[in-house]
Design a protein around this ligand. Structure first.
Ligand code: MG
Ligand code: MG
Ligand code: MG
Length: 307
């Protein structure tokens, strides 16, 4: 029996990796024994912290999807963020919490999308509806994904469903949300070993709206100043990336996970970002109060500014 691949987006974050693993567990419980989680990129330090904490191995790396392969997508739906070869795969399921864009299939599929803080929140709903019992580790993985995507339930993407899920999962996993969550986020905020090019690729996504191609990357930190020490090198990396991918715009968010604000560095068609956030950039840069969510704040504002 051929494997059914389960994977999240490229430049995978904690929700993408953990939701793949959780969906694999759910599928197996439901009798789909050949479902298997994969990853489309390197594991970041935050995700590594979680995997080590629960003693779990990272999913294997998937280079591309072969023609006709059955796949399930979590935490994304846009083909540009998905595996190479996705156009010719057979998509069985999508479980996601992002805007739906540039997505098309030839056949009816199971598409579960909810405007909640993390894909794991939707998977927990699936478990409840299907009467699937969540073991301690699965609960811990779902909780970690929720904490990651909602910045410890503080991002404006956080909904009551996420809060309710986190509450229940923390009991099941026997984990103190705040203590564990802060350690986990801090592990991800250690950017010391990354080169500028790695930094802008850590958590980075491409978008295309009305012919405008742009990229939004984000790093989490406890000290924006620390990251800005490399500003010039980061800008060089961004410019190189813009040229290589022929982009119109690149927005790099440096997010303070304690204060929940972001410094943004913008290159390319800066006027789009200035209109989007009602700001004036200085030295390609601006501080935006309360800005933490690419999905709910940055991308909709840029799309609107593009018009
Ligand atoms: Mg994600
Ligand atoms: Mg997510
Ligand atoms: Mg994220």
């Amino acid at each position: 029996m051929k494997e059914i691949y389960i994977f999240g987006h490229k430049n995978p974050d904690t929700d993408s990796i953990l939701s793949s693993l959780v969906l694999e567990a759910i599928e197996k419980t439901m009798g789909v024994k050949n479902a298997k989680a994969y990853r489309l990129g390197e594991i970041n330090k935050e995700t590594k912290y979680v995997l080590d904490y629960f003693g779990i191995k990272a999913p294997e790396f998937l280079e591309e999807v072969d023609e006709g392969r059955e796949v399930m997508l979590v935490d994304h739906n846009e083909f540009a963020q998905s595996a190479d070869g996705i156009e010719n795969a057979k998509i069985l399921r999508v479980v996601d919490h992002h805007k739906i864009a540039n997505f098309e299939t030839n056949e009816p599929i199971f598409f579960l999308s909810m405007p909640v803080g993390s894909t794991a929140t939707i998977l927990r709903e699936m478990c409840k509806v299907s009467g699937i019992r969540m073991d301690k580790i699965t609960a811990g993985l779902m909780l970690s994904a929720i904490i990651s995507d909602t910045l410890l339930l503080k991002s404006p993407t956080t909904t009551d469903k996420d809060r309710e899920a986190a509450e229940e999962l923390s009991k099941l996993a026997e984990i103190d949300i705040n203590e564990y969550g802060l350690n986990m986020l801090k592990a991800g905020a250690d950017l010391s070993e990354y080169s500028p090019m790695q930094l802008i690729n850590l958590d980075s996504k491409p978008y295309s709206t009305n012919g405008v191609k742009y990229q939004v990357a984000q790093v989490n930190t406890v000290s924006i100043e620390d990251v800005l020490k490399d500003k010039e090198a980061i800008e060089n990396a961004i410019n190189e990336y813009i040229n290589e991918k022929n982009l119109d715009l690149f927005v790099f968010m440096i997010t303070d996970i304690i204060e929940n604000n972001s410094q943004i560095i913008v290159l390319g068609k800066q006027e789009i970002a200035e209109r989007a956030f009602d700001i004036k950039l200085e030295n390609n840069m601006a501080f935006v109060n309360g800005l933490v969510s690419r999905k709910k704040q940055v991308v909709p504002a840029i799309d609107k500014a593009i018009g």
